[in-house]
Design a protein around this ligand. Structure first.
Ligand code: ATP
Length: 597
């Protein structure tokens, strides 16, 4: 998959328009009964609207012509009454439809969220998070109008149109045919405009997505932006994106705006023709004055639904781009999925084997080359090597965040691609350098390791991870709220909470990317003790940066250029006087030994 950045327009896989519409309307299926109720209510409103001109005709031709004032008043009373009923039905319909639409949007948003959660790292590697948020929020919101206008405009307007045409034909065939004269021109025009419109709205959505991606990225990295005083630069970037967005909107709106004039022109020209022809028929005595008045009312009732339908069509095209973007993501199959015959991973003991593993993120560059190793349950492995050597990639394969190109990754003899992901990952603890904490209380964050843990278990884990003391000093102890990413806590404190979380989960295999950031000596000692506690009794792979971790590891794998170049414990590797020796002499030797002890 091609990588996309915040400034680049996303590439969309073309989905056939008919399929998008079919899929969109499939969301209305569970609300069949409610939609039926809305249609009945609409039916009442349409019925009353259709009857009104008929009552005019009756009033003029029957009651006024015959000077029947009492009859006229009775008719007036009836008209007022049915119009009040129509108003009540109309309000009721709006409420009902709003509820249906809202529920559908919740369903789509939920489906999208659940689906995206299942997608593999590759999906997230290749697009900015802000653009994903744009699809879940912005694009789904855009569908709001579409559903409402589909039920409340499309069906009733079609029904009205058909009914009005039938009534007009039954009143006078010639006048009816004359009224339809301008319609074919309108249809041809709409068809021509649609193609341009759809493309332009697609571009607008992409630009909109770029804007959201840019905002998300820059606010996520606001500390970097501010520390480099780069606000002006990012503001300029934002202005450029806004200008592109604005230009895309204007282009799309211009195309959309073409719909209106032609409908209005067709309406105007059509009405003039009917007036002219109607007066002619009146003069020949073929029709009565009441019939012409009623017919003229029906003419506007004929053009109004056409206006609404063209508006709906315009709306459909405008929002089709949003629907397309939603379905495109929904159609992405997770790269990492359970096989049909995937087995449940039994309780892991912790033996990990790599057999001739080759791997590349994209086809351009092989990142891991023929990796072979066998790790026994309970061993601690320190992965060391220069930056970009492939250490993180190795641990990513153990948890099957990516699939190997060739070779096998085995845990207790089970190939990780043959077992159910959930049963594999739930028995693993993965701690990345950048400790991620969620907004909520400290207790909730630790509980993330085991969702059904009791408060006692949480405190026990925090004590074991040496986090309890500092937590108790916080204003509300375990109930202290921490904001997103835990920025109110120090780096070391965040790590200790993450250790408590991992200890609570008690994984059989632990993957730890040691943080490199320097922390105060006291917290550093706690972190080191926390790590020792964490590694004890489980298979651990540590991308090690601390001298103590490296020296205490059962084995050290020296990774260089995608291969394991050396393997052994600290003393053995030092004696070899190879890469590790050089690495140690140039880097680790100078690590703060005070912290390591
Ligand atoms: N998601 C990705 N997509 C494409 N290439 C990647 C991706 N992640 C890493 N790489 C590339 O794979 C190679 C190995 O990266 P990896 O992160 O495994 O190295 P590392 O040894 O962990 O480095 P560091 O110590 O700097 O974290 C690098 O060349 C890197 O550019």
């Amino acid at each position: 998959m091609a990588k996309n950045t915040v400034r680049q327009d996303e590439k969309l896989n073309e989905i056939v328009k008919r399929d998008i519409i079919k899929r969109l309307y499939s969301y209305l299926k569970p609300y069949k009964f409610e939609v039926f109720q809305v249609l009945v209510l609409m039916g009442v409103v349409i019925g009353v609207n259709l009857l009104n001109p008929y009552f005019f005709r009756l009033g003029i031709d029957e009651y006024i012509a015959n000077k029947d004032i009492k009859g006229l008043f009775l008719l007036g009373g009836l008209v007022i009454l049915i119009n009040i009923v129509s108003m009540i039905c109309s309000r009721w319909r709006i409420k009902k439809m709003a509820r249906i639409t809202n529920n559908i949007l919740v369903t789509i948003r939920h489906q999208l969220y659940e689906h995206i959660q299942k997608l593999s790292f590759e999906f997230f590697d290749n697009r900015p998070n802000g653009k994903i948020i744009a699809r879940i929020i912005g694009d789904v919101n855009s569908l709001n109008n579409l559903f409402t206008s589909s039920v409340t405009n499309l069906i009733p307007d079609l029904v009205t149109l058909i009914a009005v045409v039938v009534i007009m034909i039954s009143m006078n065939l010639k006048l009816a045919l004359v009224s339809l004269v301008t319609l074919p021109f309108l249809l041809v025009f709409m068809f021509l405009v649609e193609v341009t419109c759809r493309k332009r709205w697609q571009l607008f959505r992409k630009k909109n997505s770029n804007m959201k991606g840019y905002i998300y990225e820059n606010f996520s990295g606001i500390r970097v932006v501010q520390s480099f005083a780069a606000q002006d630069k990012t503001s300029r970037g934002f202005s450029e994106i806004l200008a592109e967005l604005n230009a895309a909107f204007i282009k799309a709106a211009k195309a959309s705006d073409l719909f209106w004039p032609l409908v209005e022109i067709s309406w105007g020209v059509g009405s003039v023709i009917v007036f002219w022809y109607g007066v002619k028929l009146l003069n020949t005595g073929e029709i009565s004055v009441g019939l012409l008045v009623a017919f003229i009312s029906y003419i506007s009732m004929f053009w109004r639904p056409i206006m609404n339908l063209s508006n709906f069509y315009n709306n459909l095209i405008t929002n089709m781009a949003a629907a397309e973007r939603i379905f495109e993501i929904m159609d992405i199959k997770p790269d990492i999925e359970d096989k049909k015959c995937a087995k449940t991973m039994p309780k892991i003991k912790g033996n990990v084997v790599f057999r001739h593993v080759n791997f590349s993120y994209d086809d351009n560059e092989i990142v891991l080359k023929d990796i072979n190793f066998s790790v026994k349950a309970g061993e601690t492995i320190a992965l060391v090597g220069p930056t970009g050597a492939g250490k993180t990639t190795i641990v990513n394969l153990i948890a099957r965040f990516y699939d190997v190109d060739s070779g096998e990754v085995l845990i207790d003899g089970y190939n990780v691609s043959d077992v159910r992901l959930e049963t594999l990952r739930s028995q693993m603890g993965i701690m990345l350098q950048d400790t991620f904490l969620f907004s909520g209380t400290i207790k909730e964050n630790i509980r993330y390791g085991k969702l059904d843990a009791t408060d006692e278990e949480i405190i026990k884990a925090a004590k074991a991870a040496y986090a309890h003391d500092f937590i108790m000093k916080l204003p509300n102890g375990y109930d202290t709220d921490i904001n997103e990413r835990g920025t109110r806590l120090s780096v070391g404190q965040r790590q200790l909470i993450a250790f408590a979380r991992a200890l609570l989960a008690d994984p059989r295999i632990l993957i730890l990317d040691e943080a490199t950031s320097s922390i105060d000596t006291h917290t550093e000692r706690l972190v080191q003790k926390g790590i020792e506690r964490l590694l004890k009794g489980r298979t651990s792979f540590v991308i090690a940066h601390r001298l103590s971790t490296i020296q205490n590891a059962d084995r050290i794998f020296v990774i260089d250029d995608g291969r394991i170049k050396e393997m052994g414990n600290h003393d053995e590797l030092m004696r070899m006087k190879g890469i590790y020796y050089n690495l140690f002499m140039s880097q680790f030797k100078f690590l703060d030994n005070k912290k390591a002890v």
